[in-house]
Ligand binder design. Structure first.
Ligand code: GDP
Length: 296
């Protein structure tokens, strides 16, 4: 298991006798441990560097309150900064638009897009009393459309009838039309993923975006995503334009560094967390919880 940051910083500061304001040397020593903790939590390297520099500027010269040790003081500064970066502006999904409100789900294959689409639809139905239509635009992966139909049946959510051989743009068009004609509040479009970012995928998703003008565009990303988080987050945000991120498999062992990486490179809020395979395993994002987990 990982050493917690508290233990590590305790060791650093045990070696330092003096109290008072945090000196540059104290802070530098402590931040070496913070850097290691962030890398172990799988935060991408460039993000770690920026984070550590920002914390350094904040910490140097701060008075250590009598009741806490210098180690605890640094942890508090690191923790507070992490919470701030992760989501002082965390907001849930927004549906303040003319119905049917289009929601575009994007991400790599296997990230949990289809499951998350069904989870969000179920949440909207149960909690917000919305009438939701789900449509799969994934014509590349065999049985992807059927998978969404099965999840829809499990959740009691309507799915767009499948038409064999139809292209993603035509499916999106048909979904929006059905949404309008049949009085749906929200139309969720589950796009195709690839194992890696590729140009064909981006062009396909961009064409759908231009057609439906989504109110929310959510990047679904696996919490296990490590150094790749920077590439994935950047590519989808630059090419498609995101409004938020959903991190999946937060129920697993991942320390959640991807949350910080994704947030830092896209500047977009993490809105929801996938906490399991079941359709009700979806939670609102709480920055303080993930911060605690990242720091160990
Ligand atoms: P897609 O290719 O992006 O559409 O991914 P899927 O929705 O098909 O999900 C791939 C696998 O991950 C499935 O077995 C899902 O049940 C599983 N999965 C999705 N979200 C979560 C999650 O939050 N936690 C766990 N443990 N498994 C998940």
């Amino acid at each position: 298991m990982f050493d917690s940051l508290t233990t590590r910083l305790g060791d650093v500061f045990d070696r330092l006798r003096k109290r008072g304001a945090l000196s540059e040397a104290d802070v530098t020593a402590a931040l070496r441990e913070v850097r290691v903790a962030l890398l172990e939590a799988d935060v991408a390297l460039p993000v770690v560097k920026d984070f550590v520099n920002a914390v350094k500027d904040k910490a140097i010269g701060q008075d250590v309150v009598r009741s806490v040790s210098p180690g605890q003081m640094v942890i508090k500064i690191v923790h507070d900064h992490l919470v701030e970066v992760l989501g002082s502006d965390a907001v849930e999904l927004s549906f303040a638009s003319v119905p049917p409100v289009p929601v575009l789900m994007v991400g790599l294959q296997g990230s949990g897009k289809t499951t998350t689409s069904a989870k969000i639809a179920l949440r909207l139905k149960n909690r917000d009393k919305k009438k939701v239509l789900l449509a799969s635009l994934d014509v590349h992966r065999p049985a992807a459309q059927e998978q969404l139909a099965i999840l829809g049946r499990q959740a009691g959510i309507d799915t767009l009838p499948i038409v064999a051989g139809e292209k993603p743009i035509a499916i999106a068009e048909r979904a929006m039309k059905m949404g309008r004609l049949e009085g749906y509040d929200v139309v969720m479009l589950d796009t195709a993923g690839r194992l890696h970012i590729d140009e064909a995928l981006m062009m396909e998703v961009a064409a759908v975006r231009d057609l439906v003008k989504p109110h929310e565009t959510l990047l679904v990303a696996d919490a296990m995503t490590g150094q790749d988080a920077v590439t994935v987050g950047k590519a989808f945000n630059e090419r498609i334009g995101l409004t938020g991120i959903v991190l999946t498999r937060v129920d697993g062992d991942a320390r959640g560094g991807a949350a910080l990486s994704m947030r830092a490179v896209t500047g977009k809020p993490i809105k929801l967390l996938g906490m399991g395979e079941k359709l009700d395993a979806l939670e609102t994002f709480h920055p303080d919880r993930i911060a605690g987990r990242i720091l160990g």
